[in-house]
Write a protein that binds this ligand. Structure first.
Ligand code: PRX
Length: 646
């Protein structure tokens, strides 16, 4: 289906066209897109809001004054939209969640069963004292109790704050205190590659360090009947409240649905808050228009629910549309490297949404694994989290999608709540290596340092130039909108995404990576500043700079390199290296531990004393350093090259 018509901006890139069989059944065809756009911004977003059931219709799509509050006057409940309305529509026996456990167990919840457990747990939370507006922290692995707890919180109007289960006790404590959260739902432990990880001990340590008392509910995942001490056992609470009915609390569109912490440009995690009406509209619409989901579909978004991707496209988006969502607790290569394909085949997955880092691992393991399974149920593939290069795009389409599944590359962020750039698979041509265009109803631009638009073909920062419904609440506060914003010469505000990009003549965007200290390693968003602050806290460390380099031993994956300069009388030895690694493990968790720690007599600096990470990144990736003459200490980079210890 490759179409060789190329254009001048990207002559080397071919267009790909979705097959007619896909286009004919797509949720959004060209006429739907046109009808959406004809309403103009922001009115077009009312089409998206119509995918939801509102308790009270909104008075306007966007407030006139600040132009930041979506659907003012509207009231709705996210749990009602994701659960009850499907039961009321006679779809109670359809599967809502199908879970694949680490040890090969499976569990399925019909919409009726999901409603039962969500109501029971909502009643239990209320009895524990959780009221509307109270923040409940969820520190759970990929088990069905996680979405159940999210929906139970949503039902009673208590914003949840999900903390990725791979984070350390310290990281959990920071998030409990920062969100002022007095309730924690966790579990005894979980399995990682067949080994049981003790989550409860981490949760207990976090509660000791939090700056207030925390009441805990503990799910028994390891099933070893360990006593829960003073805490409440999840299973007991649900059993006690079996059959309870909790009326969904009607929430204002602008009321908060959840908190989520992400890594920003500072040494501290950044708190992002999402609203009920705007967020749910955005994720339901993009699940419908981009992921092409509907009630008959089985969707698998392989991201952990601890991150925004799992919130939006493993839980809220697919459930709002009444689809079946697959949750997988394990890793893709355990017990065998064909585990994912076996799950897709057994569950008849229609739409599979994963990250390029995983696709590159699948490529390394070999095409015989997907090809050894019947994957004919798949009709759409999605990619998210980092740029997908042309080779990976084609491999994914050819070996997983049997050569004819459209592939949608989707760009977005924790702050945007849902997909902002992509192609509409029933309308647009795809261009491997380019993410696509701004979705209808979204407007973006590529700008220079002054906030002025640059010409097609020129690199600059990607900014969003108009509000969109999924925008985090935190972006709406202060003067204008956008926590990170620029006022251009004509007085306009932009939301600065922190990503660099180039727009081609067709409006397709090519993402070039972050312009700031946020990095993606194995699709996890980390802040190099946060890792550096943990390292400089180690006794004997004077300075540290963290960069991401290419891992030469794997297929284009990245690894974390820390360049550490010890104090003058301290030896950069194995003991210090271990202390550096332990400090990061303790402050953030194993996901942020540097793969390579290089001790440096000093770090490359400008004459004004600023560390130049660009040279360190080049050293870490084994790339040419180029001209180093602008450095105050150019000799140090040559020295560092020889010191890198893999
Ligand atoms: O740099 C961009 C990259 O991931 C960042 C957002 O990460 P996070 O907040 O964890 O959100 C994950 C959900 C998408 C972006 O600033 N990114 C995300 N998607 C893409 C991408 N880079 C290139 N192409 C993408 N499709």
């Amino acid at each position: 289906m490759a179409d060789s018509s190329s254009d001048e901006t990207c002559p080397e890139r071919e267009w790909e066209t979705p097959p007619d069989s896909f286009v004919e059944q797509a949720n959004v065809a060209a006429a739907d897109r046109d009808a959406f756009e004809e309403r103009g911004w922001p009115g077009c977003w009312s089409v998206a809001a119509d995918l939801l059931d509102w308790d009270r219709p909104f008075d306007a799509v966007l407030d006139d004054e600040g132009a930041t509050r979506w659907f003012p006057g509207g009231r709705l409940n996210a749990s009602y939209n994701c659960v009850d309305r499907h039961v009321e529509a006679g779809r109670g026996d359809e599967t809502a969640i199908t879970w694949e456990g680490k040890l090969g167990e499976t569990r399925a919840y019909s919409y009726r069963e999901l409603a039962g457990e969500v109501n029971a747990f909502a009643a239990a939370l209320r009895e524990l004292g959780v009221g509307e507006g109270d923040v409940v922290t969820l520190y759970l692995p990929m088990i069905p109790e996680l979405p159940v707890a999210m929906l139970a919180c949503a039902r009673i109007g208590a914003p949840h704050s999900v903390v990725f289960a791979g984070f350390s006790a310290d990281a959990l404590a920071t998030r409990l205190s920062g969100a002022d959260s007095e309730y924690l739902v966790t579990c005894d432990g979980y399995y990682r590659r067949g080994t049981a990880i003790d989550l409860k001990r981490r949760a207990d340590n976090a509660c000791v360090s939090a700056d207030h008392d925390v009441e805990q509910v503990v799910v028994n995942r390891l099933e070893d009947d360990r006593p829960v001490g003073d805490h409440h056992a999840y299973a007991d609470l649900v059993a006690e409240h079996e059959g309870a009915t909790v009326d969904p609390v009607s929430r204002g569109a602008d009321d908060l649905l959840f908190y989520i912490y992400t890594s920003g440009t500072t040494g501290e995690p950044t708190l992002v808050r999402h609203t009920t009406g705007g967020y749910l509209t955005h994720v339901a619409w993009t699940s419908h228009a981009v992921l092409d989901l509907g009630p008959d579909d089985t969707h698998w978004c392989s991201a952990d629910v601890g991150w925004i991707t799992g919130h939006s496209y493993a839980v809220y988006g697919p459930l709002a549309l009444g689809a079946t969502t697959v949750l997988y607790e394990g890793t893709p290569d355990h017990p065998e490297t064909d585990r994912l394909w076996e799950i897709i085949e057994r569950n008849g997955v229609d739409v599979f949404y994963t990250a390029p880092t995983s696709i590159r691992a699948f490529m390394k393991w070999g095409e015989e694994h997907p090809e050894g399974h019947d994957l004919s149920s798949l009709r759409l593939l999605g990619s998210v989290g980092e740029p997908i290069d042309e080779t990976a795009w084609h491999w994914y389409r050819d070996h997983v999608g049997d050569g004819d599944c459209p592939v949608v590359d989707t760009w977005w962020q924790t702050e945007t709540g849902g997909i902002v750039l992509s192609t509409l698979p029933g309308v647009d041509r795809m261009r491997p290596g380019a993410v696509g265009k701004s979705l209808p109803g979204v407007e973006t631009a590529v700008v220079d340092e002054l906030g002025e638009r640059v010409a097609a073909g020129e690199a600059g920062q990607l900014v969003v130039t108009r509000p969109w419904p999924g925008m985090a609440r935190s972006l709406c506060e202060g003067a204008g909108w956008g926590a990170r914003r620029t006022r251009t010469a004509d007085g306009e505000w932009h939301y600065e995404t922190g990503d660099n990009a180039v727009r081609d003549d067709d409006g397709y965007l090519h993402l070039l990576g972050r312009a700031d200290d946020v990095v993606k390693v194995s699709d996890r968003r980390l802040s190099t500043t946060e890792i550096e602050s943990a390292i400089v806290g180690v006794e004997g460390v004077a300075e540290a700079a963290v960069v991401v380099g290419a891992d030469e031993t794997a297929v284009q994956t990245s690894e974390i390199h820390a360049f550490v300069s010890p104090e003058s009388n301290v030896a950069g030895d194995q003991t210090l290296r271990e202390r550096v690694r332990d400090a990061v493990q303790e402050a953030i968790g194993p996901i942020a531990v540097p793969d390579v720690v290089t001790f440096a007599p000093s770090l490359p600096k400008t004459r004004s004393g600023k560390v130049v990470r660009r040279y360190l990144a080049a050293i870490a990736s084994g790339e040419d350093l180029g001209d180093t003459s602008a450095l105050r200490n150019p000799d140090v980079v040559g020295e560092l090259e020889s010191l890198v210890d893999r």
